[in-house]
Design a protein around this ligand. Structure first.
Ligand SMILES: [Zn+2]
Length: 131
């Protein structure tokens, strides 16, 4: 059976990471499978070192946490809901239903504001329900 390996590497900015899905090669003798070999990279999860991660990113709801869930999904063989022959309805292609979606669920941005009505700053982050 497979193994999931976690590592990081320098990747294109704006990308959280990537993963290799399970993939196997088969040897046959006639119609009979004589050996099965898993690709060496199958199940590898690579997190982008070029992103600026902080400790909060790895808490539930953080971008790092969601990236890890998404990439582990790929490592297990899950695909994006908007690709391939078996797509979900567009109305269901949302992070509300699957971490494999690229579409952020509506009404899930939390904006924290500091200051007063004359001078304020704000930071936004995604908000996901506790599971
Ligand atoms: Zn993906």
């Amino acid at each position: 059976m497979g193994q999931i390996t976690f590592a990081n590497s320098y990747q294109q900015q704006g990308r959280g990471g990537f993963a290799y899905s399970p993939n196997y090669s088969y040897m046959y003798s006639g119609n009979r499978v004589t050996s099965v070999t898993e690709d060496k990279s199958a199940g590898d999860v690579w997190i982008n070192r070029n992103e600026t991660w902080d400790a909060d990113d790895w808490k539930p709801g953080g971008d790092g946490y969601l990236t890890l869930l998404h990439e582990v999904g790929h490592a297990l063989g899950l695909k994006h809901p908007f690709e391939g022959n078996h797509r979900v309805l567009t109305s269901l292609d949302s992070e509300r239903y699957t971490v494999m979606s690229y579409t952020q669920a509506t009404k899930t941005t939390l904006i924290e504001v500091q200051g007063n009505s004359g001078s304020y700053t704000g930071t936004s982050r995604r908000c996901v329900p506790a599971r």
